[in-house]
Design a binder for this molecule. Structure first.
Ligand code: 0L1
Ligand code: MG
Length: 259
């Protein structure tokens, strides 16, 4: 199995670097969720060998709509590294991306190590700050076809992200208006309530899952709490911005075209 884990991780890593999609891995040989996280970890190991630094986690399937669509009842997580971060206002070259999409998110910075399941109130007290964010997701699977295990192995479709200005950790988060704009035109409208009714629930849920998996998250980690609207496909030459009422905005531009 170790060979299988490593070869899947290498295949996904090459697809990420070249922009050439791969077929669904689980169609070749089924694997379970624990093995999917081992493939994800092996892929992050390859990034770290190239000098990338772990920054935190992104959470997926934090909206009820996506859970119903995928037939799952728990969130999933992927790893974020410094190489995935774009400066606020920066440029994303689409050249090596396969089918990139963008979704508005809320980012958390943790104030303390997360090493046990947190209650909702404890989750609020575990933060150093919150910020508006944009996540660029890009599945490495051909035709966007994957199972739950495939997407976890593929680091939950992580590609890039932008984090806006930090607000104090006690900023209210439960029902903030979210507007995603392309070239100033609204393309998605939503509410932070789409993230599990209250984005802090995402931290509460992941704290329990991490504990069950025997993992801790260091203080100062970045967490992307999950999408507040559906994701929008990206194309070259766009100015993309998100505005979250009470938290502010962040943005980036695209150049080149997807693979
Ligand atoms: O960020 C996420 O919500 C995870 C997305 C995984 C599935 C997808 O690529 O749509
Ligand atoms: Mg996301």
């Amino acid at each position: 199995m170790t060979d299988f884990i490593q070869s899947c991780a290498r295949e996904l890593d090459i697809a990420t670097q070249t922009g050439e999609a791969v077929d669904q891995l689980s169609a070749r040989q089924p694997f379970d969720l624990a093995q999917a996280y081992r493939i994800q970890q092996a892929g992050i190991g390859l990034r770290q060998q190239r000098g990338e630094r772990a920054l935190g986690l992104k959470l997926g399937f934090t909206s009820r709509a996506k859970r119903v669509q995928m037939g799952v009842d728990a969130l999933i997580w992927g790893e974020l590294t410094d190489a995935m971060q774009l400066a606020d206002g920066g440029e994303l070259t689409l050249g090596r991306l396969i089918h990139p999409r963008v979704e508005p998110e809320i980012a958390f910075i943790t104030a303390q190590e997360i090493s046990r399941p947190l209650s909702l109130a404890e989750a609020g007290l575990a933060l150093a700050g919150v910020a508006p964010a944009l996540e660029i997701i890009d599945s490495r699977y051909r035709d966007f076809r994957f199972s739950l295990e495939d997407v976890v192995a593929d680091n939950c479709s992580s590609s890039h992200f932008v984090v806006g200005p930090l607000s104090p950790p006690d900023a209210p988060l439960d029902n903030l208006g979210v507007t995603l704009r392309f070239d100033g035109r609204p393309v998605q409208l939503g509410s932070s309530a789409a993230i599990l009714g209250q984005p802090l629930r995402a931290l509460m849920e992941v704290s329990a899952l991490l504990h069950a998996a025997g993992r801790t998250l260091p203080a100062g980690s970045l967490l992307l709490a999950g999408a507040a609207t559906a994701a929008e496909p990206l194309r070259a030459g766009l100015h993309i911005g998100v505005e979250i009422a009470g938290l502010g905005r962040c943005e980036f531009v695209t150049s080149g075209s997807a693979a």
